[in-house]
Design a protein around this ligand. Structure first.
Ligand SMILES: [Zn+2]
Length: 89
């Protein structure tokens, strides 16, 4: 089990604030093992919700400009079930 799925320069994770997957492309960096990843810089997603987060040591911290229920909270990044991300790529 892992908290991220990586394919080339694309990274997918399940966002507990938006309750959907986000796919990030571009100049992110990843540190730490798959169970406790740290991603830099912050991740900004504009969609049904605005979602601005930092992934750090396996947790996800939502900044105050997020428009969903987990704004300003820190929660564990969910594990991704094997195969669940497949239709994202
Ligand atoms: Zn989100």
């Amino acid at each position: 089990m892992s908290k991220l799925h990586l394919e080339g320069r694309r990274l997918a994770f399940f966002c507990p604030g938006c309750e959907c997957f986000h796919v990030v492309e571009g100049n992110w960096t990843l540190r730490g093992e798959a169970e406790k990843p740290t991603i830099k810089p912050s991740i900004m997603v504009i969609g049904e919700h605005n979602c601005h987060s930092y992934i750090s040591k396996g947790t996800i911290r939502f900044l105050g400009d997020s428009s969903h229920k987990l704004s300003k909270q820190i929660v564990d990044l969910p594990e991704i079930e094997e195969g669940k991300w497949l239709d994202l790529f």
